[in-house]
Design a protein around this ligand. Structure first.
Ligand code: NI
Ligand code: MN
Length: 229
Protein backbone atom coordinates (compact mmCIF):
# COMPACT_ATOMS: atom_id res chain seq x y z
CA UNK A 1 0.00 0.00 0.00
CA UNK A 2 0.95 3.65 -0.36
CA UNK A 3 0.51 6.33 2.27
CA UNK A 4 0.78 9.99 1.25
CA UNK A 5 0.69 12.95 3.62
CA UNK A 6 -1.18 15.98 2.26
CA UNK A 7 -0.11 18.29 5.09
CA UNK A 8 -1.76 18.89 8.48
CA UNK A 9 -3.82 15.76 9.35
CA UNK A 10 -4.81 14.88 5.78
CA UNK A 11 -3.60 11.57 4.36
CA UNK A 12 -4.28 9.54 1.23
CA UNK A 13 -4.00 5.75 1.39
CA UNK A 14 -3.98 3.49 -1.65
CA UNK A 15 -4.74 -0.03 -0.45
CA UNK A 16 -6.52 -3.11 -1.85
CA UNK A 17 -7.34 -1.16 -5.03
CA UNK A 18 -9.15 1.56 -3.09
CA UNK A 19 -8.32 5.24 -2.59
CA UNK A 20 -8.94 6.41 0.95
CA UNK A 21 -8.76 9.99 2.25
CA UNK A 22 -8.81 11.04 5.89
CA UNK A 23 -9.38 14.56 7.25
CA UNK A 24 -9.21 16.23 3.81
CA UNK A 25 -8.29 19.80 4.77
CA UNK A 26 -6.68 21.11 1.57
CA UNK A 27 -8.12 24.59 0.96
CA UNK A 28 -6.30 26.87 3.40
CA UNK A 29 -3.77 24.18 4.32
CA UNK A 30 -0.37 25.84 3.91
CA UNK A 31 1.36 22.42 3.98
CA UNK A 32 -0.75 20.84 1.21
CA UNK A 33 1.06 19.90 -2.04
CA UNK A 34 0.99 22.65 -4.71
CA UNK A 35 -1.19 20.43 -6.87
CA UNK A 36 -3.30 18.26 -4.59
CA UNK A 37 -5.90 17.45 -7.26
CA UNK A 38 -4.53 13.98 -8.12
CA UNK A 39 -4.94 12.99 -4.47
CA UNK A 40 -8.57 14.13 -4.36
CA UNK A 41 -9.78 12.26 -7.46
CA UNK A 42 -11.40 8.81 -7.61
CA UNK A 43 -11.85 8.65 -3.86
CA UNK A 44 -13.62 5.48 -2.74
CA UNK A 45 -13.62 6.03 1.02
CA UNK A 46 -13.56 9.23 3.08
CA UNK A 47 -12.87 9.14 6.83
CA UNK A 48 -13.36 12.06 9.24
CA UNK A 49 -11.95 12.03 12.79
CA UNK A 50 -13.88 15.05 14.06
CA UNK A 51 -15.85 18.09 13.05
CA UNK A 52 -13.30 20.93 13.21
CA UNK A 53 -12.78 22.87 10.00
CA UNK A 54 -9.13 21.84 9.70
CA UNK A 55 -10.30 18.19 9.51
CA UNK A 56 -13.70 18.23 7.74
CA UNK A 57 -12.00 20.66 5.34
CA UNK A 58 -13.05 20.04 1.73
CA UNK A 59 -15.17 17.00 2.57
CA UNK A 60 -18.40 18.31 1.05
CA UNK A 61 -16.72 19.11 -2.30
CA UNK A 62 -14.96 15.74 -2.33
CA UNK A 63 -18.23 13.96 -1.57
CA UNK A 64 -19.98 15.84 -4.38
CA UNK A 65 -17.23 15.00 -6.89
CA UNK A 66 -16.57 11.34 -5.96
CA UNK A 67 -19.63 9.98 -4.10
CA UNK A 68 -17.35 8.00 -1.74
CA UNK A 69 -18.35 5.82 1.18
CA UNK A 70 -18.03 8.20 4.16
CA UNK A 71 -17.33 7.11 7.73
CA UNK A 72 -17.69 9.52 10.63
CA UNK A 73 -19.35 9.91 13.99
CA UNK A 74 -23.16 10.16 14.17
CA UNK A 75 -23.35 13.96 14.63
CA UNK A 76 -20.99 14.70 11.74
CA UNK A 77 -22.94 12.25 9.56
CA UNK A 78 -26.15 14.18 10.26
CA UNK A 79 -24.42 17.46 9.35
CA UNK A 80 -23.10 16.01 6.07
CA UNK A 81 -26.58 14.74 5.16
CA UNK A 82 -28.11 18.14 5.99
CA UNK A 83 -25.53 19.71 3.66
CA UNK A 84 -26.30 17.60 0.61
CA UNK A 85 -24.23 14.45 1.04
CA UNK A 86 -25.72 11.21 -0.31
CA UNK A 87 -27.23 9.54 2.79
CA UNK A 88 -26.93 6.09 1.18
CA UNK A 89 -23.12 6.36 1.21
CA UNK A 90 -22.67 7.60 4.78
CA UNK A 91 -21.78 5.14 7.52
CA UNK A 92 -22.36 6.78 10.88
CA UNK A 93 -20.74 5.16 13.89
CA UNK A 94 -19.36 5.92 17.32
CA UNK A 95 -16.42 5.22 19.61
CA UNK A 96 -15.71 1.48 19.95
CA UNK A 97 -17.29 0.33 16.71
CA UNK A 98 -15.75 -1.29 13.65
CA UNK A 99 -17.30 -1.12 10.19
CA UNK A 100 -16.61 -2.96 6.93
CA UNK A 101 -15.61 -0.91 3.90
CA UNK A 102 -15.23 -1.57 0.16
CA UNK A 103 -12.16 -3.63 -0.76
CA UNK A 104 -12.29 -5.62 2.45
CA UNK A 105 -10.97 -2.67 4.46
CA UNK A 106 -12.22 -2.02 7.97
CA UNK A 107 -12.16 1.01 10.22
CA UNK A 108 -12.41 1.17 14.00
CA UNK A 109 -13.29 4.35 15.88
CA UNK A 110 -11.46 4.99 19.17
CA UNK A 111 -11.23 7.73 21.75
CA UNK A 112 -9.44 11.05 21.42
CA UNK A 113 -9.03 13.74 24.06
CA UNK A 114 -10.07 16.94 22.29
CA UNK A 115 -13.28 18.83 21.39
CA UNK A 116 -15.47 18.82 18.29
CA UNK A 117 -17.74 21.47 16.79
CA UNK A 118 -18.88 21.88 13.21
CA UNK A 119 -18.03 24.87 10.98
CA UNK A 120 -21.47 26.38 11.78
CA UNK A 121 -20.75 26.10 15.52
CA UNK A 122 -23.11 23.18 16.14
CA UNK A 123 -22.13 20.20 18.29
CA UNK A 124 -19.96 17.75 16.39
CA UNK A 125 -20.20 14.79 18.75
CA UNK A 126 -17.08 13.29 20.31
CA UNK A 127 -13.70 13.68 18.63
CA UNK A 128 -12.20 10.35 17.60
CA UNK A 129 -9.18 8.47 16.43
CA UNK A 130 -9.53 5.93 13.60
CA UNK A 131 -7.71 2.70 12.89
CA UNK A 132 -7.78 1.67 9.24
CA UNK A 133 -7.20 -2.05 8.79
CA UNK A 134 -6.06 -2.76 5.24
CA UNK A 135 -5.43 -6.47 5.82
CA UNK A 136 -1.67 -5.86 5.62
CA UNK A 137 -1.45 -2.90 8.00
CA UNK A 138 -3.37 -1.29 10.82
CA UNK A 139 -2.92 2.47 10.63
CA UNK A 140 -3.87 4.45 13.74
CA UNK A 141 -4.72 8.08 12.88
CA UNK A 142 -5.08 9.51 16.38
CA UNK A 143 -7.04 12.56 15.24
CA UNK A 144 -6.43 15.67 17.31
CA UNK A 145 -5.67 14.51 20.82
CA UNK A 146 -3.56 14.84 23.90
CA UNK A 147 -1.74 11.76 25.10
CA UNK A 148 -3.90 9.46 27.26
CA UNK A 149 -3.05 6.23 29.01
CA UNK A 150 -5.75 4.25 27.18
CA UNK A 151 -3.56 4.45 24.08
CA UNK A 152 -2.02 1.32 25.65
CA UNK A 153 -5.45 -0.32 25.64
CA UNK A 154 -5.92 0.67 21.99
CA UNK A 155 -2.55 -0.94 21.19
CA UNK A 156 -3.54 -4.15 23.01
CA UNK A 157 -6.99 -4.44 21.47
CA UNK A 158 -6.37 -3.23 17.92
CA UNK A 159 -2.62 -3.80 17.40
CA UNK A 160 -1.79 -0.85 15.11
CA UNK A 161 1.61 -1.08 13.36
CA UNK A 162 1.62 2.48 12.01
CA UNK A 163 0.64 5.64 13.93
CA UNK A 164 -0.09 9.11 12.57
CA UNK A 165 0.25 11.54 15.48
CA UNK A 166 -0.15 15.30 15.97
CA UNK A 167 2.90 17.02 17.50
CA UNK A 168 2.19 20.72 16.93
CA UNK A 169 1.31 21.65 20.54
CA UNK A 170 -1.38 24.22 21.48
CA UNK A 171 -4.34 22.10 20.26
CA UNK A 172 -2.79 18.63 20.51
CA UNK A 173 0.14 16.61 21.78
CA UNK A 174 3.64 18.06 21.71
CA UNK A 175 6.87 16.43 20.52
CA UNK A 176 7.54 15.36 24.12
CA UNK A 177 4.09 13.95 24.91
CA UNK A 178 3.70 12.25 21.52
CA UNK A 179 7.13 10.65 21.97
CA UNK A 180 5.98 9.43 25.39
CA UNK A 181 2.97 7.82 23.70
CA UNK A 182 5.28 5.99 21.25
CA UNK A 183 7.79 4.91 23.90
CA UNK A 184 5.46 3.93 26.73
CA UNK A 185 1.91 3.35 25.47
CA UNK A 186 1.98 2.30 21.82
CA UNK A 187 4.21 -0.25 20.11
CA UNK A 188 4.15 0.65 16.43
CA UNK A 189 6.81 0.09 13.77
CA UNK A 190 6.37 3.41 11.96
CA UNK A 191 5.17 6.76 13.24
CA UNK A 192 4.42 9.83 11.13
CA UNK A 193 4.18 13.26 12.79
CA UNK A 194 1.29 15.45 11.62
CA UNK A 195 -0.51 18.71 12.58
CA UNK A 196 2.76 20.72 12.56
CA UNK A 197 3.84 23.98 10.82
CA UNK A 198 0.45 24.52 9.14
CA UNK A 199 -0.13 27.64 11.22
CA UNK A 200 2.45 29.74 13.17
CA UNK A 201 0.86 28.72 16.50
CA UNK A 202 1.76 25.07 15.85
CA UNK A 203 5.27 25.27 17.26
CA UNK A 204 6.13 21.58 17.79
CA UNK A 205 8.86 20.44 15.40
CA UNK A 206 9.12 16.95 13.87
CA UNK A 207 12.90 16.80 14.37
CA UNK A 208 12.38 17.39 18.09
CA UNK A 209 9.81 14.57 18.10
CA UNK A 210 12.09 12.22 16.18
CA UNK A 211 14.96 12.84 18.59
CA UNK A 212 12.81 11.65 21.51
CA UNK A 213 11.21 8.54 19.97
CA UNK A 214 12.95 5.34 21.02
CA UNK A 215 10.32 2.80 19.96
CA UNK A 216 9.25 2.87 16.32
CA UNK A 217 10.79 4.50 13.24
CA UNK A 218 9.81 8.13 12.71
CA UNK A 219 9.09 9.06 9.09
CA UNK A 220 9.00 12.83 8.59
CA UNK A 221 7.08 13.00 5.33
CA UNK A 222 7.08 15.60 2.57
CA UNK A 223 3.51 16.38 1.46
CA UNK A 224 2.69 14.70 -1.84
CA UNK A 225 5.58 12.19 -1.68
CA UNK A 226 4.18 8.67 -1.10
CA UNK A 227 5.58 6.26 1.45
CA UNK A 228 5.46 2.67 0.20
CA UNK A 229 4.60 0.21 2.96
NI1 NI B 1 -9.51 19.71 16.21
MN1 MN C 1 -6.89 20.14 14.23
Amino acid sequence: MKLTWLGHSAFHFAAQGKNVLIDPFITGNSMAPDNAAPWLANIDILLLTHAHGDHVGDALDIIKANDPTVVCIFEVANWLKANGANPDKIIDMNIGGTVDLPGGLKVTMVNAVHSSSLPDGSYGGQPAGMILNTGDHRIYHTGDTDVFSDMALIQTLHNPDIALMPIGDRYTMTPRTAAYACNELLDVDIVVPMHWDTFPVLTGKPEDFKAQVKRGRVEILTPGEPLEL
